[in-house]
Design a protein around this ligand. Sequence first.
Ligand SMILES: Cc1ncc(C[n+]2csc(CCOP(=O)(O)OP(=O)(O)O)c2C)c(N)n1
Length: 372
Amino acid sequence: MAAQLAAADLLVAFQDSGIQAFYGVPDSTLSSFGFCLQDGAGSDHVIAANEGNAVGLAIGHYLGTRQPALVYLQNSGLGNAINPLVSLADPQILGIPVVLLIGWRGRPEVPDEPQHLVQGAVTEELLRTLGIPFDVLSPGAAPDQIRQAVEQAKRRPGPAALLVPPGLLENYSPPAGPDEQPLMSREEAIKVIISQLQPSDAVIATTGKISRELYEYRRATGHQNIRDLLVVGGMGHASSIAQGLALARPARRVICLDGDGAALMHLGALASIGATGPANLFQIVLNNGVHESVGGQPTAHPLADLAAIARDCGYQASANATTAAAVKSFLAGAAGPAFLNLQVRSGSRPDLSRPSHTPAQNKQNLVEFLQE
Ligand SMILES: Cc1ncc(C[n+]2csc(CCOP(=O)(O)OP(=O)(O)O)c2C)c(N)n1
C-alpha cells in the first residue's frame, strides 16, 4: 500500500471531531492505534472484554456526557457488537451516536487467513443490512471522513462506521516495558502440556498464536494429520466447544488450551462449565496478561483471578501455576472440570508459521480421531 496513516494523526482527528472516549478490543489491523491510545494522556480509554461490552460503554458514556464515543474492533467482533448496536443504539430504539472503527480483515482481493474470508466478504453488506452508514478510510481523506462519520452518528442519532483496510496504519512500536519475571514462554508451556497428554486426549485450542504454536510443534514432532481443533475464529468459544465435546463423549478426556483474553471475552462460559460439570474437561489458560496475537495490548483485566472465578463457578479443581511441575500434576489429576491458570511470558517468535491445513481438514481429522 503506497500511502499510510500515522495512528497518532488518526487519534488527533477523532479528538478534533469531539471524541474523547475510546473503547474497544484490540485488532492487528488497528494495533498501532491501540498502542497510541494506551500511551496518549487525557483520553478515556478502556480495553473491553468483548466488542459488545465496548458498545455498552459507549452507550453509557453518551448518556453521561451527551458526547459520542469511539468503539474500535476487528470485523470478526461485529457479531459480538451487533446485539447492543441494533437492539439499543439504533435510532429506532435509544438513538445513541457511536462511531465504529473496524479493522477490515479478509477484505475481498486481499489475501488473508481462512477464518477472515467470509466475514471480510460480508462486512459491507452486513453494515448495509444493519442500516449503519460506513466509509472506507483512505490516507488522504481521513480527517474529513472522520468528521463526517461523527456528524452522521450525531445526526441519526445512532452508529456510523469507518472501515480500516489492513496496512493502512503505519506501524508503531510501544516503548519496551520492564523485563518480565522468569516465566515459561507459551511455546515451552505448550510442549510441557503435550508431553503429559494421553494418546486418546482430544485438544481444543483457542484463537491466535496458541493454536499456531501448537500446530507448529505438532508438525515438528512428526504429526502430519493434525487432530487438535484449532479454533481459528469464534474467539472466546474454545472452552464451550470443549465443554460440548466433553459432555458428548464422557469417556474421553478433553483438554482446552485457552488464552486469557479469550477466557475474559466470554467469561460466562466458565459458569456453564461449572454448572454442567463435565468430569473429563481440563482447561488450561496460558495467561500472559495481553492479547499477544494481535500486537500485545493488555487484556480487559490482566490481574483478574481466573482460578478463583472458575472455583466459584463450580469447577472441581482450580489452581494458579507458573511451573512445568504444576502442569504435570494438574494433568495427572482425576476429576474435572479442572482449571489451570498458567502464567506465561508474553512474546512470540517473529517467524511463527501459519497452519497449512484448511479448517475443514482440521475438523475432519478430529472427527476421524474421535471415531477411533
Ligand atoms: C471476536 C473477536 N475479536 C477480536 C479478535 C482478534 N483477536 C484474535 S486473537 C486475539 C487475542 C487473543 O488473546 P489471548 O486469548 O489472550 O491469547 P494470546 O494472543 O495472548 O495468546 C484477538 C483480540 C477475534 N479474532 N475475534
